[in-house]
Structure formats: C-alpha cells, structure tokens
Design a protein around this ligand. Structure first.
Ligand SMILES: *Cc1c(COP(=O)(O)O)cnc(C)c1O
Length: 389
C-alpha cells in the first residue's frame, strides 16, 4: 500500500543533496575537524563553509553560529546558559504556555533550582500578547523565550514586536525557531533576537543536528563542558557529516522557500477547505489568517471521537498523521497547547495534526480527505456521545 506522510512537523525526509554532500564525511574524510593534520583540515574546511552558509541563510555572522546535537540542546543551552550567566541579575524567566517541551520542561526544571517562571497565556488562535509580555517582565527577569512558530497548531508569533518589548526593559530574547527555520524567511538582525534555536531534521537535514545563534558580544555560560570545540563554547567532537548536511539542506530550503510555500500551502488549503466542507462538528485550531500560520500545518479537533482512534484508522489506510506532537504522543494528557487556546478537554482528545511537505500531491490530499470522512463517520457511528444528539 502507498504511504502518505503528513507528519512533517515531527520530522522531514532527508534532502538527496544533503545526503550526497554528507557521504564523504562518513568515509574518506572522516578526520576530526579539530585535528592539526590533513584529515582534520578536510573536516575543518567543511565545517567553516557550512557555518558561513547557515549564517548567510539567517542574516548572521559565522561567529554567531554554534552547532549543537539537536534543537532540544540549542533550547536547553539558550535558557540554562543565560540563566547561569546572569545569576547575579535575577532568577526570573518569561516564556509562553504553548512552548515545545524542549523549552517548557527546561523552564520547569529551572523552577526546581529556585527560578521563577511566568508562562504567558495565548489567545484563542495561539498568539502571545505584547501587552501581557510587557506586564510580566520584572526587575529580576533575565530572559524571555517565546517560540517563533508552534509545532502543533502552526501559529507564527510576532517575534519582532515581542523582542522589542523585552529589549525596552533591557531583557534578552530567545526564540525557538525550529519550526520556522527553512519555512519562513527571516533575518536575525531584523528580528532583533539575541538567541535563536534551529534543528536540521525539520528542514530536510539530518537528525541529531541543531544550531544556536548567539548574537555577537553576548556572553553565555556553557551547557556542555569539554574540549575547545565551537570556539570553546560547546565541548564534544564536531559531527562533521551532520554539519555539512544541515548547511546544504538549509540553503536548499531557503532558496526554494517561496516555491515550496506556494505549492505546499495550496495543498494544505485544499485539504482544510474540503475537510471543513465535508465534516461537521469540528474545530480548525490555530491562526485563522493563513498568513500567520505555518504554510504546511492543519490541526483539527473532531468532536465525539478520540484522536488515537482516528490515527489508527488512517494508519491502516496508509496515512501518517499525528495527534498533538510526536514528543507527547503516548501520553494520555491532552495537548497543553490545545487547552491553552481554549479547546475543551474532551474535544482536545479528538485532535489530529496534518503537516504537509513538498513530496505530497493533490491526489494525496483528495485520498486523505475521503479516508478521513469515512473514518470520522465510522467512529462517530460507534460513539455514544454522538448518537445522543
Ligand atoms: C522538533 C522541535 C524541537 C526539538 O528539536 P530536536 O532537534 O528534535 O531536538 C524544538 N522545538 C520545536 C518547536 C520543535 O518543533
């Protein structure tokens, strides 16, 4: 049976170009990029070029890019690194209630060590308010961390505006741009952010590879102590193939950003309008204005039925979607993000995220809509809640 992958927010297929570019660094050019000999120089040269490429893609300088093992590590480093660096200033952090676990649980952990964290609420479409942020910042606030684009509902925050609010109070601003990077054109200088996280496997790069942008002049405590790698900021032997693959994938994504957004955005829009037309008693979660939402994201709550049952049934038809985020699936807790935008607990349990990619087709969309309609009808027919109506 043909498989249709609609879970691009969880991970994306590796770009063929990136794969080809990585191969030599798994074989002949295996040297440690920090070694002082010919093999080491092969690696070092590749890493230098990759750092330049990534910097160019986001309007940064190469000296502002630090490679990490994942988006999760970049988020941990940004938050814990600034918290540790600014211990003398205070122990208060502001973030949002809809952050990815990489940020959210990091803040929760810091609370165990005596930090206070304000979790900003969001409105019904998932937006953080600049006013709320303004009011939340205190004398002892050391960092504001608000995600660029949400991984579950696709809402894109007004990062530049939020960043200005933080800076008005002299507070640093970090953004988890893992979903935004490669999908939205941005320039770190124009946004004004001090720190920004990204992850390669979300833009068709390899898994286990991320980066943290740290504005020049900003001091940050280390997360991983060790050798002198990453200009003595992050210990650990450089993942040369990963670095190379990440740069090639990001360049490819950024070069094709408009074309991909148009093509995938049209697939997503076709899907959303057909689903809303053919299935009743559902909510379309996240930003209603499609220009303020990731072009590939659609998230629905289907009343009276369980998301897990829908997923299972779709999976039997070869359709791979997700209930909430991959990071929290397996847990029976309803999504923190959906509850935050006001979806009732029962309904939140009946939610599915569909995230499209450039290998999807119009035929895929139409097939998925038909299967989804059948699935929802079948499950609702068995649901005592639905029958009662
Ligand atoms: C996937 C994701 C992460 C984690 O990145 P990994 O590289 O998988 O650790 C962090 N934040 C957001 C918004 C994500 O979507």
């Amino acid at each position: 049976m043909k498989r249709i992958y609609l879970d691009h927010a969880a991970t994306t297929p590796l770009s063929q170009k990136a794969f080809e570019a990585m191969k030599p660094y798994f074989s002949d050019m295996f040297g440690n990029a920090n070694s002082q000999h010919a093999f080491g120089r092969d690696g070092a040269k590749a890493v230098t070029e990759a750092r330049q490429t990534i910097a160019d893609c986001i309007g940064a300088k190469p000296s502002e890019i630090y490679f990490t093992s994942s988006g999760t590590e970049a988020d941990n480093w940004a938050i814990k690194g600034i918290a540790a660096q600014l211990l003398d200033k205070g122990k208060h952090i502001v973030t949002s209630v809809i952050e990815h676990p990489a940020v959210y649980t990091t803040c929760k952990q810091l609370e165990k060590f005596g930090f206070e964290v304000t979790y900003l609420p969001v409105d019904g479409e998932g937006f953080v308010s600049a006013d709320d942020l303004d009011k939340a910042i205190r004398e002892d606030t050391v960092l504001v961390s608000v995600m660029f684009a949400n991984n579950e509902i696709g809402t894109v925050q007004p990062i530049k505006q939020l960043c200005e609010v933080a800076h008005k109070h002299g507070v640093l601003f970090h953004t988890d741009a893992v979903q935004a990077t490669g999908a939205i054109k941005y320039d770190v200088k124009e946004l004004g952010v001090d720190l920004l996280s990204m992850s390669a496997h979300k833009f068709c790069g390899p898994k286990g590879m991320g980066a943290l942008y740290v504005r020049n002049g900003l001091r940050i405590e280390k997360l991983l102590t060790g050798g002198e790698q990453e200009r003595a900021h992050r210990g650990g032997t450089t993942n040369t193939p990963g670095v190379v693959g990440m740069a090639v994938a990001l360049k490819e994504a950024v070069e094709n950003i408009d074309e991909t957004a148009k093509y995938v955005g049209e697939l997503r829009n076709r899907f959303v309008s057909k689903v809303l037309e053919r299935i009743d008693e559902i909510y379309f979660n996240g930003a209603k204005d499609m220009s303020k939402r990731l072009y590939n994201n659609a998230n629905f709550s289907f009343r009276y039925i369980e998301g897990e049952s829908i997923l299972f049934s779709l999976d039997l038809a070869g359709i791979c979607a997700s209930s909430g985020s991959a990071c929290s699936s397996g847990s029976l807790e309803p999504s923190r993000t959906l509850l935050a935008i006001g979806v009732p607990v029962g309904t939140a349990h009946g939610s599915i995220r569909f995230t499209f990619g450039k290998e999807n087709t119009v035929e895929d969309v139409d097939y998925v809509v038909d299967e989804l309609v059948k699935t929802v009808e079948k499950l609702r027919a068995m649901s005592p809640l639905y029958k009662k109506k």
